[in-house]
Design a protein around this ligand. Sequence first.
Ligand code: AHR
Length: 524
Amino acid sequence: MRSLLVGFTLAVMCITAPITTAQKVELTIDASKTGAKIDRNIFGQFAEHLGHGIYDGIWVGSDSKIPNTRGIRNDVVGALKAIKVPNVRWPGGCFADEYHWRKGIGPQRSVTLNPNWGGVTEPNTFGTDEFMDFIDQIGAEAYISVNVGSGTPREAAEWLEYMTAAAPTTLAKERAANGHPAPYKVASVGIGNESWDCGGNMTPDYYVSQMKIYSHFVRNFNPAQQDKQKMLKIAGGPGGDGPRWTDWTETVMKAYQQHTWSWDINGLSMHNYTVPHWPPSYASVGFGETEYGQILKSTLEMEGLISKHSAIMDKYDPDKKVALIVDEWGGWYASLPGSNPGFLVQQNSLRDAIIAALNLNIFARHAERVRGANIAQMINVLQAMIITDKEKMVLTPTYYVFKMYVPFQNATFVPVNFDAGWYTHGAVALPRVDAIAGKDANGKLWLEITNLDPNEPVQIEAGLAGIAAKAASGETLTAPKVDSVNTFDAPNTVRPRPISAEVQGGKLTLKLEPKSVTVVSIEQ
Ligand code: AHR
């Protein structure tokens, strides 16, 4: 932060007396100074029954010509395995507070409506057992959002019993009859979604009374989750930084401070989209440097928001037992012309890759409190990893950032000091670079550096202490334009390529392309 403040002073000077672009940025990294674990759950995904997120994106049905395993697309599973998705939040979103799980199990499924998202019919062919099969195929854990808005504690409790009971209860037997005798693992349960809005328009006090009831009655019976790997209960949290949201966080955390044996929470959700105006009006493709700068400025507001709500949490939970889980984040733009506006279809450009890197870096810097996050949304919706169209699939620039960041999953945070300098365009001033470092389980040091400047390359000189650095290698993601995208016909426009880096006398040097995301590992 101090580096950023120094940079801000420079930017103010820059407005009155423009200075020439500083292209060299010096970093210092002391690998012996480590911080908190960067919880791999910050790389979580969100899959809502919305548009083509589930149907066509994941589920094609077992009689589809698209290669699948029990109805789940093989190409999508393969791609998601490669980014080591830690958890998937499902079934919503706003959808969750209108979801009735019994309609999505067994041989006979009810066809319902999806009033939140285009009013289309919901076949319920992808239900609990299909979701669990999907996350098993990709090697992720389940983050289930239960229905607080239009459901009941009993309905949610029975859903958890269906999923997790090992004893031969009627619900456990029903699960076995549906093909899964063993209990499922449910890593996290979300108690409602945006309960201040689409989840029921509740006041903070009303929500807290509901939260206590759900926390007590929605039990996980899986024997393997009683002592270890206990299910985390995530309370609904804020969706902004105004008094309405700070009041929400205060109310939930104050209640938590006085919680008794009969209820508990382990996390507080927070939602924050990069959407400077509502309704979303920025184009997801076909934009220029001005919109690039404005969106990046907006995405960096994540830092202030996390700091604000973390400070409130610190008052009531100084030991940071309750995690802040940013379980909806990402760029939200105008829907693509010709698409159903209720399906939230947008393109995914190099700008989104940079948004992803900046937000992941913010989460990593707050690793002590931010122990989970879910980008919205995994496939075909908002800032997606993957776009599909019938049998075709393309991986987005955001996907490649998640792939490049795999080494940071559960790495130990290592502080990086630098004076970012500034990139300015019109009224927008942004730090020229951003960077994080982490040490993986094998002690290897990894460094990520983002060059936000879309025009100027940056020469990085990083002093490496606490490590006998011998060599470095890595990958960089960039493209010809800020709005370059991958398409079915040209899937490799935005794709990581090897970057050369040099290490000499404890100093790493490398040149960053404009508008790029780079990850390097340091060999000892
Ligand atoms: O991700 C789309 C929607 O955004 C979610 O359903 C809701 O929780 C949020 O408002």
